[in-house]
Design a protein around this ligand. Structure first.
Ligand code: PFF
Length: 450
């Protein structure tokens, strides 16, 4: 089945891979990963993260692509097509809701990124500049109009890319931005590791300390792996539907996972050595990127230039992920409401503006409205990554493991016999998808609840 309209597909396998990597590499890598590493025992966290990513996340990623390419439509249509049951359409709708929740806070942080990029272009973080980075950040995010305006700008930029379509918008921007992103992070990494005292940061990243690794660190590693690879939000189902029939899905899954993980480690190497070189506590938390780093830039040689490179990188990472989240929602709306891409994008943009405003204001005037002690912003972040993405991941593996025949799974990953995939590898992957991944996800969910 193919519900794609002309132009709604990637022109090549490289385009697909670039777009999927663009989705995976995002704020999760540059904003979240370094502070989670900092809070959970440095290398100990990285080791567990790598194992989970290899054993659990990569097969889930493959499952999403199998559903998407075999189904060939919106997530709802694809789930129905591959399972042969109408009820499975709900899983696609849950994916759309998940993306909506992530987007609601993602656009706010995307807006902060633009603000900090503007500040860095004004040389606010150049060496010797006097800034109160804590006051600057809390004053900005706690105010009412400015962060909303920046989030609005971020939404409009995302919308422009979406309206250009899959090939001219998503694919073209990803092919341009992804290589640049790697170059930028490597440049920043080189500056960071050559600072005096940087070795302590590298040691922290690469020498495991299991004493600060707890059970909640394990959950954090699983959640981060899902978030970073954009799993459980139907992103790869949507992009899978735009993937050429001849693409090797197993290889794509490996390339996407390795690139995203490599980038996260590179981001750690770019950030941690600088943090240690200036004697700052690595477990700073979410403020690491917007509070600690600007402070560090003002003290280091070439700090002004590094701040520009860093915030350009952060912006590119954020917008390419935001585009993918937006695309899942827009593709779903096109299918459910039978409307054009332009209309679906407009509806998504306006609705996101409203929820984005609420998330942004919850850092300021709406701060006192809390649910279980969390602001609305934190609640969206927490619920989407700990509940909705986990549920989405579970539904994906159950659908492929239990509702798709192994023969059809093989047919998909070998592109109907045109590609050679080792039988043993395929069996291991199918086993993980059918038994291991669901058990791990359910086990994790139970331990979070109790
Ligand atoms: N993977 C993105 C990040 O690391 O920032 C976040 C994300 C994008 C999650 C797209 C889910 C998604 F569908």
């Amino acid at each position: 089945m193919s519900a794609n309209r002309p132009g709604d597909s990637f022109s090549s396998n490289f385009g697909m891979v670039a777009a999927a990597i663009g989705s995976a590499i995002g704020l999760g890598n540059l904003w979240r990963f370094p502070y989670l590493v900092g809070q959970n025992g440095g290398a100990a966290f990285i080791i567990v993260y790598l194992i989970i990513t290899l054993v659990i996340s990569t097969p889930i990623l493959l499952s999403e692509m199998v559903i998407g390419r075999r189904g060939g439509g919106s997530p709802r249509q694809s789930y129905i097509a591959v399972s042969g049951r109408k009820g499975w359409g709900v899983a696609g709708i849950i994916g759309m809701v998940t993306c909506f929740m992530i987007m609601s806070f993602y656009v706010v942080v995307g807006g902060w990124t633009i603000k900090y990029l503007v500040l860095s272009l004004q040389m606010a973080f150049a060496r010797g500049a006097q800034i109160d980075s804590v006051g600057l950040f809390s004053g900005f995010v706690g105010s009412s109009f400015p962060p909303i305006a920046y989030a609005g700008l971020f939404i409009v930029l995302t919308l422009v890319i979406i309206c250009l379509g899959v090939q001219k918008g998503i694919e073209a921007t990803s092919k341009l931005m992804m290589p640049m992103l790697f170059v930028l992070i490597i440049l920043i990494g080189i500056r960071s590791v050559t600072l005096p005292g940087a070795e302590a940061g590298l040691e922290y990243l690469f020498k495991p300390d299991f004493s600060s690794f707890t059970f909640s660190s394990l959950l954090a590693a699983l959640g981060q792996s899902f978030f970073s690879l954009s799993l459980g939000a139907c992103m790869l189902i949507t992009y899978g539907a735009y993937t050429p029939r001849s693409s090797n899905l197993v290889r794509n899954a490996a390339v996407i996972t390795v690139s995203d993980t490599f980038f996260a480690v590179l981001a750690g190497c770019a950030i941690m050595p600088a943090v240690f070189a200036f004697g700052i506590n690595p477990s700073e938390g979410a403020g690491l990127v917007f509070v600690t780093l600007p402070q560090i830039f003002t003290q280091m040689p070439l700090g002004g230039l590094c701040s520009i490179l860093f915030f350009v990188a952060l912006f590119m990472a954020a917008i390419s992920s935001s585009v993918s989240l937006f695309e899942v929602i827009a593709a779903s709306l096109m299918d459910i409401c039978k409307i054009s891409r332009g209309k679906a994008a407009a509806i998504t943009g306006v609705t996101l503006m409203i929820t984005g405003c609420i998330c942004s204001l919850s850092q300021g005037v709406l701060k006192n409205i809390t649910v279980r002690g969390m602001s609305i912003f934190d609640q969206f972040d927490y619920l989407s990554s700990n509940f909705f993405m986990t549920l989405g991941g579970l539904l994906t593996v159950i659908c492929v493991g239990w509702f798709v025949k192994k023969r059809d799974f093989m047919d998909e990953i070998t592109a109907s016999g045109h590609l050679r995939v080792s039988g043993a590898l395929a069996s291991v992957l199918f086993f993980i998808i059918k038994y291991v991944a669901p058990l791990v996800i359910v086990g994790t969910a139970i331990s979070i609840i109790f």
